[in-house]
Design a binder for this molecule. Structure first.
Ligand code: NAD
Ligand code: TYD
Length: 340
């Protein structure tokens, strides 16, 4: 199996590649990543010297670069590459439309031209919009995205669906809830709260802090994607989530308590515009059909995650200061522009 992973230097992609090379040592992984601000090759330092791992720096909107990767041979694709932060999408939607919509279409087109056995479109529960106090998102829930980020992911999902219906491309869409775990860029709630709390800085909590997210450890997501890749039904959607709903304020309080820090560090700030109130996933289909179930419980997973960030303060420092941008430069002799 020669597996093309896009966006493998980001949070979930790097966890996925580490998982796959361990789980399937006979597979070859090609990681295609543009190294935007969210891409950090240092996340994959453990695998970078392995003979069955190859890194190609490239942008998924670049048709020629994508074609060059497919020419080398690709059996299947797991597509993570995206702009992924809701707050950034509110500030400027353009890179989200470019990468998440156009980039996905370029990849789908190449997969169609060259032929692949599976194309996994890694999507999010955010495409379903928001829930009230009750109910769950199922695979049949209509798409109703509320942020430019989720609208761009929903658009990509619809293109993926269309390539299956029109051209018979064996596309599968997975829609997962919020992930937490090691190597997450510290602009997202969990690592931001851990690092701010550790440094006795205030933690910004949007609105009343009662928005609910359904948290899943990144490794549980990676196992779900491996199952979807190997056994998922082309043309289908699989929701992934751990029945693990928590209000943001509870998550922040738990992190503070793990670190032994005072709740006075919590600072309620102006709410995010269009802030979805509640996400909750009905994952019964993937449990029933593919035998998936999460392994982590949230309390242990969060404690382990806090420990990971505190044990990897050098990594955190390099990411927060922008120093991580020089890793690729040192390894490959190519200069990266900050903020690319
Ligand atoms: P991330 O922001 O940490 O990483 C994104 C990666 O994509 C980076 O390595 C970046 O360099 C790369 N990339 C961005 N634009 C690119 C382009 N034009 N060409 C090539 N590479 C490019 O994101 P993440 O949190 O790891 O999320 C990965 C995927 O999973 C995304 O598609 C996201 O929508 C989805 N997802 C994320 C979550 C979550 O909680 N983080 C939950 C469900 C689904
Ligand atoms: P985030 O990690 O950005 O993920 P998403 O927006 O994709 O769910 O945010 C998780 C929740 O935490 C979301 O409800 C917004 C909230 N949040 C804060 O309250 N403060 C923060 O500083 C951040 C980044 C997020």
């Amino acid at each position: 199996m020669r597996l093309l992973v896009t966006g493998g230097c980001g949070f979930i992609g790097s966890n996925f590649i580490r998982y796959i090379v361990r789980q399937h040592p006979d597979w070859t992984v090609v990681n295609f990543d543009a190294l935007t601000y969210a891409g950090n090759p240092e996340n994959l330092v453990e695998v970078s010297a392995m003979p069955n791992y190859h890194f190609v720096r490239g942008d998924i909107t670049d048709t020629a670069a994508v074609r060059n990767v497919f020419i080398e041979g690709v059996d299947a694709v797991v597509h993570f590459a995206a702009e992924s932060h809701v707050d950034r999408s509110i500030h400027d939607a353009s890179p989200f439309v470019r990468t998440n919509v156009l980039g996905t279409q370029v990849l789908l087109n190449a997969a169609r031209k060259f032929g692949v056995s599976k194309f996994v479109q890694v999507s999010t529960d955010e495409v379903y919009g928001t829930l009230g106090e009750t109910g769950y998102f199922t695979e049949a829930t209509p798409l109703a995205p509320n942020s430019p980020y989720s609208a761009s992911k929903a658009s990509a999902d619809l293109l993926a669906r269309a390539y299956h219906e029109t051209y018979g491309l064996p596309v599968i869409v997975s829609r997962c809830s919020n992930n937490y775990g090691p190597y997450q860029f510290p602009e997202k709630l969990v690592p931001l709260a851990i690092l701010n709390a550790y440094e006795d800085k205030e933690i910004p909590v949007y609105g009343d802090g009662k928005n609910v997210r359904d948290w899943l450890h990144v490794e549980d997501h990676c196992r779900a994607l491996d199952l979807v890749l190997q056994h998922g039904r082309p043309g289908d959607v699989y929701n992934v989530g751990g029945n693990n709903e928590h209000q943001n304020i509870e998550v922040v309080r738990t992190i503070l308590s793990i670190l032994g820090k005072p709740e006075s560090l919590i600072r309620f700030v102006t709410d995010r515009p269009g802030h979805d109130r509640r996400y909750a996933i009905d994952a019964s289909k993937i449990r029933r059909e593919l035998g998936w179930q999460p392994v982590y419980n949230f309390e242990d997973g969060l404690r382990e995650t806090v420990n990971w960030y505190i044990s990897n303060l050098d990594w955190c420092h390099r990411v927060r200061s922008g120093e991580y941008r020089s890793f690729y430069e040192l390894q490959y002799g190519e200069r990266l522009g900050i903020g690319q």
